[in-house]
Ligand binder design. Structure first.
Ligand code: 3SL
Length: 241
């Protein structure tokens, strides 16, 4: 197995479809997806475009649909929820489909939709994703960070490093055999440096600071927890997890 980490969806090779691709947007889209599914949501359907979301969700029974819209860290006006995992309680989301569009995370899921296996991962469900991928043992795995509007993000790289690290430990391979690109080696090193204080890295990250200014400290604390949800967000049809 070889793992390739890409910092943003824009950096993914255009002419290559991997066996397995994992989207990461630890602050906060993939954390929210994992939380919603763990709370009993029927599925999460992702959209890059808000108008597409409104049109497609219209066909769904009103009492079973929840429209999640975030831009710039804030809830989109007229939507049911913003992108906080705390909104995804069983009382609110059980048996409902979430129709979701966020600034970056849903774009990276859309970008990898043609991989044979598509997963969404965050720190909260890292072990579930890693155990699944290890059992499957695909020859090629991509871990794709969402970044911020095309730019690198520290928090997605550390989360990609956390996933790669626990997968690497299970394989028994050398780093040279395991890492498909230099980004993987760098993400492993970043994770090893911060593994006991992921929250402090979130505080330093520019998107972490953006969320703190919006009053979302509790979201940062929640998203920094590792292996608390045994849930595997896996694509069942294009852009539906
Ligand atoms: O960029 C995204 O997809 C979001 O996760 C950003 S936020 O954390 O909801 O602000």
């Amino acid at each position: 197995m070889q793992v390739y980490i890409y910092h943003t969806p824009e950096r993914v090779p255009p002419d290559w479809v991997p066996d397995c691709a994992i989207a990461v947007d630890v602050l906060r889209a993939t954390t929210t997806i994992a939380t919603a599914l763990a709370a009993g949501a029927e599925a999460v359907q992702v959209f890059s475009d808000l108008e597409d979301l409104e049109q497609v969700s219209q066909a769904w029974p009103a009492e079973q649909r929840i429209r999640v819209g975030e831009r710039g860290g804030k809830k989109v006006e007229g939507f049911d929820l913003g992108n906080s995992p705390f909104d995804c309680t069983p009382e609110r989301v059980k048996d409902c489909r979430l129709f979701m569009s966020t600034t970056n995370g849903t774009r990276s899921l859309a970008r990898i939709q043609s991989a044979k296996i598509v997963l969404a991962a965050a720190l909260v469900n890292r072990a579930a994703v890693v155990n699944y991928v290890h059992q499957l043992y695909p020859p090629t795995v991509w871990i794709v960070g969402s970044g911020w509007e095309g730019a690198y993000s520290l928090e997605d790289t550390v989360c990609a490093g956390a996933i790669a690290h626990s997968l690497w430990m299970l394989t028994g391979l050398s780093v040279a055999e395991f890492a498909g690109n230099d980004e993987t080696v760098a993400a492993l090193a970043l994770y090893r440096h911060y593994e006991h204080d992921l929250l402090s890295l979130f505080h330093q990250a520019s998107h972490g600071q953006r969320l703190l200014k919006l009053g979302s400290l509790d979201d940062l604390k929640y998203c920094a927890q590792t292996d608390i949800l045994d849930v595997l967000p896996i694509q069942t049809e294009p852009k539906v997890l």
